[in-house]
Design a protein around this ligand. Structure first.
Ligand code: ATP
Length: 575
C-alpha cells in the first residue's frame, strides 16, 4: 500500500476529483434499489388504471441516476488508467536510471535476469494494482458501508442477520491475503531463475547444440519451468479458495436473510418491495466484499513487487562519484597503479599487489593466461569496481576523486563481447554521441581497418542484424574498434579485441594507431605477443599477479614464461 500511495501522491489533485466522482458514481448504485422498493410498494399499488405516468416518472428518475452514475464511473476509470500509466512510466524511468548507476558488483549481486523481470513484470504488477486500487479502492468500501446503511433504512433486524456473516468473510480475506504476499514474492524469484535459464539457452544456443548439451539444458529448463509453475499454482490455489468459500458463506447468509425476511413479511414489519431491495443490497454488499478481496490480492502482489523494486531504488551508491575535473599533467604518469589488490567476492584476491606506470602516448601491453586478471585491471580503471586495496591515479589524481563520467568518457574500451546494435553501421559507430561528425566516423573506419564497410551495398546505412549476426567475427571487431576510436579517447583499450583479426590486419591496425593516435595512451590486452611486442611496457600476468614486466626485449631476457610464449608463438627465428 505504501508503494501505491507513494506512486499516486504526485497526482493527488486529479485523483481527488476522480475519486470523488467515483464515490458519487458508486452512491448512485445505492439509490436504485431504494427506488425499486418505492416503485413496488408505493407507486404501483396507488397508480390508477389508465394513468401510469407516476410509474414513468420514477422510471425516468432511475434512468437519469443510472446514466449519471455510469458517466461518473467511466470518467473515474479512464482517469485511473491515465494516472497509473503516468505513475508507472515515472517509476520505470527511476528504476532504469538507478540500474544505470548500479556498480558492476551490485549488478552481479542482483543478477541480470532479476533486474529485467523487476523492470518489466514487477512494474507491470504495480501498474495493474495502482489502476485496480483506484477503480475498486473507493467503490468497494462505499458500496459496502453504503449498502449496510441503506439496508438499515429498509429493515434493521434483517441487516443485523446479514452483518453477522460479515466477520467470517473478513477473516477469510485477511488470512488468505496474509499468506499471499510471500507466495507472490516466491513466484518472482522462480520466474527470475526461469528467465536466466532461457536467456542462457538462447544466447548459447549454438554452443549448446555443438556440444550436444541440448538434453542437459532441456532438463534444466524443465526443472525451472516446473518450479515456476509450482509456485504459481500454489499462490493461485491459495487465492482461488477465497471465492468459493466466500460464496458459500454469503449464500448461507442470503438463505438466513430470506427466511427471516419471510417471517417479518408475514408479521407485517416489511413489505414485498423491501425484500426485493434488501436482496439487491445484499448482492451489492457481496460484490463489494469480493472487490475488497481483489483489492487485497492486488495489494499483496503490489507489496511483493514494490519491495523488489525498492531493493533496487534503495541500493546504496556503491561507486561514489568524485568531484574533481581531470587536469592534464603530462609530467605525471597518465595511469599509475599503486599496490592495487581487488577481490570480486571479498574472499580471495583476484588481482594482488599490482603496480605500474605509463605516460601519455605510451602503449601498455598486458599478456597472461586466461583468468589471470587482465580484464579486471581495466574494470578497476573504468571504476566498474573499486579497488579493495591500493590506489589508481590518473595524471596523479586518485581516480576516486574524479567525476566518474569524465573518467569513462576519456577511455575508449573495446570488449570482445561488446554489442552491435540492430541499427545501421553508421549509428553503431557514431553511437549517439552528438560531438562525433561524419568525418570522425570515416576517419575511425580507416584507422580500424574497417573499409569493408564500403564494399557493402548501402555502406554506412547497411543495417545490422541483432548482435551483428550478419558480420564475421573480425568485421564485428573492427566496427567495435572504430566505435571506440571515433570518440577520440585519451586512452584506447582493445581488450583482446584483435584476437578475431588475422595477423596482417592486426599489424596494419597497430601501425595506423601509432601513426594517427600518437598522443593516445594505449592498453593492449592480447594473447599474441605479436600484438604487443612494440609496447613501451608489457605486463606478464599469472593468477592475479604481475610475474614479469618490461619491454619485449627485456622480457625475452628476464622472463622464462615470456620467452616460452615467444618461442611457441613466433618461432626461434623472430626471437
Ligand atoms: N564479475 C565477476 N565476479 C566474480 N569473479 C570474477 C568476475 N569477473 C572475473 N572474475 C574472476 O576474476 C579472475 C580474473 O578474471 P579476468 O576476467 O580479469 O581474467 P582475464 O585475464 O581477463 O581472462 P581472459 O583472458 O579469459 O579474458 C578470474 O578468476 C575470474 O573468474
Amino acid at each position: 500500500m505504501k508503494k501505491i500511495i507513494e506512486l499516486l501522491k504526485p497526482f493527488w489533485r486529479t485523483l481527488t476529483v476522480s475519486l470523488t466522482l467515483k464515490m458519487l458514481g458508486s452512491m448512485t448504485d445505492l439509490f436504485l434499489p431504494f427506488l425499486i422498493a418505492y416503485m413496488i410498494d408505493d407507486v404501483i399499488p396507488n397508480t390508477l388504471i389508465g394513468n401510469v405516468w407516476p410509474i414513468y416518472e420514477v422510471g425516468i428518475y432511475m434512468l437519469l441516476i443510472a446514466l449519471a452514475g455510469w458517466l461518473m464511473n467511466v470518467y473515474a476509470n479512464r482517469t485511473a488508467e491515465r494516472i497509473s500509466a503516468e505513475a508507472i512510466r515515472g517509476l520505470r524511468h527511476q528504476v532504469f536510471e538507478k540500474i544505470e548507476s548500479l556498480s558492476s558488483a551490485q549488478i552481479d549481486q542482483f543478477t541480470r535476469p532479476s533486474l529485467i523481470s523487476r523492470m518489466t513484470t514487477d512494474t507491470y504488477n504495480l501498474y495493474n494494482s495502482t489502476g485496480g486500487v483506484q477503480r475498486l479502492g473507493v467503490r468497494a468500501p462505499v458500496l459496502l458501508i453504503g449498502g449496510i446503511f441503506m439496508s438499515f433504512l429498509v429493515d434493521p433486524v434483517l441487516t443485523l442477520v446479514m452483518i453477522a456473516t460479515l466477520p467470517f468473510i473478513g477473516l477469510v480475506v485477511y488470512t488468505i491475503s496474509k499468506k499471499g504476499i510471500p507466495l507472490y514474492k516466491e513466484i518472482q524469484t522462480r520466474v527470475d531463475r526461469l528467465v536466466r535459464t532461457v536467456r542462457e539457452f538462447i544466447t548459447g544456443a549454438r554452443v549448446i547444440k555443438a556440444l550436444s548439451m541440448s538434453e542437459h539444458e532441456k532438463a534444466r529448463f524443465d526443472e525451472d519451468n516446473k518450479n515456476a509453475i509450482k509456485g504459481e499454482l500454489k499462490a493461485h490455489i491459495t487465492m482461488a479458495t477465497i471465492n468459493p468459500l466466500m460464496n458459500t458463506i454469503v449464500n448461507l447468509g442470503l438463505v438466513l436473510v430470506l427466511v427471516f425476511g419471510a417471517f417479518r413479511l408475514n408479521e407485517g414489519h416489511v413489505q414485498k418491495g423491501d425484500i426485493t431491495a434488501f436482496v439487491t443490497y445484499f448482492t451489492i454488499i457481496l460484490n463489494a466484499m469480493m472487490s475488497i478481496t481483489r483489492v487485497f490480492v492486488m495489494l499483496s502482489r503490489a507489496q511483493a513487487s514494490g519491495a523488489r523494486i525498492d531493493e533496487i531504488l534503495n541500493a546504496p551508491t556503491d561507486i561514489k562519484d568524485g568531484t574533481l575535473e581531470i587536469v592534464k599533467d603530462t609530467e605525471k604518469p597518465h595511469i599509475a597503479f599503486d599496490h592495487v589488490s581487488f577481490s570480486y567476492n571479498k574472499q580471495k584476491y583476484n588481482i594482488e599487489d599490482i603496480s605500474f606506470e605509463i605516460y601519455e602516448g605510451q602503449t601498455l601491453g598486458i599478456i597472461g593466461s586466461t583468468g589471470s586478471g587482465k580484464t579486471t585491471l581495466v574494470n578497476l580503471l573504468m571504476r566498474f569496481y573499486d579497488t579493495t586495496e591500493g590506489q589508481i591515479r590518473y595524471y596523479g589524481t586518485p581516480i576516486q576523486d574524479l567525476k566518474v563520467k569524465d573518467l569513462r568518457s576519456k577511455i575508449g574500451l573495446v570488449l570482445q563481447q561488446d554489442l552491435i546494435f540492430s541499427e545501421s553501421i553508421y549509428q553503431n559507430i557514431q553511437f549517439n554521441r552528438n560531438q562525433i561528425e561524419k568525418y570522425d566516423v570515416e576517419m575511425a573506419t580507416k584507422i580500424a581497418q574497417a573499409e569493408f564497410i564500403y564494399e557493402r551495398e548501402d555502406a554506412y546505412e547497411a543495417m545490422m542484424a541483432t548482435r551483428g549476426m550478419n558480420l564475421s567475427g573480425g568485421q564485428k571487431q573492427r566496427i567495435l574498434i572504430a566505435r571506440a576510436i571515433a570518440g577520440k579517447p585519451d586512452i584506447l583499450i582493445p581488450d583482446d579485441a584483435s584476437s578475431a583479426l588475422d595477423y596482417q590486419t592486426d599489424m596494419k591496425l597497430r601501425k595506423k594507431l601509432n601513426e594517427t593516435m600518437a598522443h593516445t595512451t594505449k592498453i593492449i590486452i592480447a594473447q599474441r605477443i605479436s600484438s604487443l611486442k612494440e609496447a613501451d611496457l608489457i605486463l606478464v600476468m599469472d593468477e592475479g599477479r604481475i610475474i614479469a614486466k618490461g619491454t619485449h626485449e627485456e622480457l625475452l631476457k628476464t622472463s622464462d614464461t615470456y620467452q616460452l610464449l615467444a618461442k611457441h608463438q613466433m618461432g626461434g627465428a623472430t626471437l
